[in-house]
Design a binder for this molecule. Sequence first.
Ligand code: GTP
Ligand code: MG
Length: 256
Amino acid sequence: MPLYSQFVIGPPGSGKSTYCAAVRDLMIQNCRPVTLANFDPAAEFLPYSPDIDIRELVNFAQLCSSGPSGPNGGLLQCFRVLEDNFSWLTERLPKTSNLYLIIDFPGQIELYLSCESILTLIRRLQETFDLRAVVLNLVDCNRCLESASFLSSCLTSLSLLVNLSLPFLNVLTKIDIYRDSQDCEIDFEEISKCENLSTHMTGLIGTSKFAALHDAICSLLEDFNLVQFEMLSVKDPQLLVQVVREADHACGYMLR
Ligand SMILES: Nc1nc2c(ncn2[C@@H]2O[C@H](COP(=O)(O)OP(=O)(O)OP(=O)(O)O)[C@@H](O)[C@H]2O)c(=O)[nH]1
Ligand SMILES: [Mg+2]
């Protein structure tokens, strides 16, 4: 039985939980079956009520205080607990066909780049179900305001893509904050395609002592077209629908 899934990742504050809440509402409005899981054990506030909640399995504060780890180590430990209790997750998944699971992950990048448990979790979901997942990597569009932060976000995206080895979609979030602003000269639509990057970044590149490096990274991104972004504002239903459409396409839900 296929298990369609969106794994929603991205830096802290990039808009993951807000997106998850909005996309679940959209799916419910469209009578689509959807299960929303919170996988952030340290979440204090969520803008939705999760169907599955890792906080029921692990007590993050207790786990951090009982061992030698700080918060980041504690988070990795939480995913080890989840790995050891895989049936806790599978028992909570509805037994319906065309299951669509959205997972709201924590923002700490080390989870996706240096934590074996996440890869094990993906592999076990693949073994247990016919998993058809897409990773949504949410990036706050304020990362486009400087060339160094934008290029670094693009390289991070590549790194995540390589390590997670799943269909992958990058999303520039909170586009409403700048899109209609008179003061902002950045053409987010152009930047999101990652074409002609050198032209968009010229002003900033020219002033940096890393100009040649930035130029080379721009060429790499343009030549291989490996990173592109969808644009999102949860306040713009059209953009939200477009992101969901791309995600459905990437995970194969469109072709079911
Ligand atoms: N203007 C605007 N604000 C947004 C949008 N999406 C999210 N936000 C705001 O951005 C802030 C962070 O959003 P969250 O959804 O909590 O981000 P997160 O990635 O889940 O954060 P962590 O769980 O801490 O990693 C909140 O204040 C949201 O209201 C958007 O599309 N437009
Ligand atoms: Mg969140």
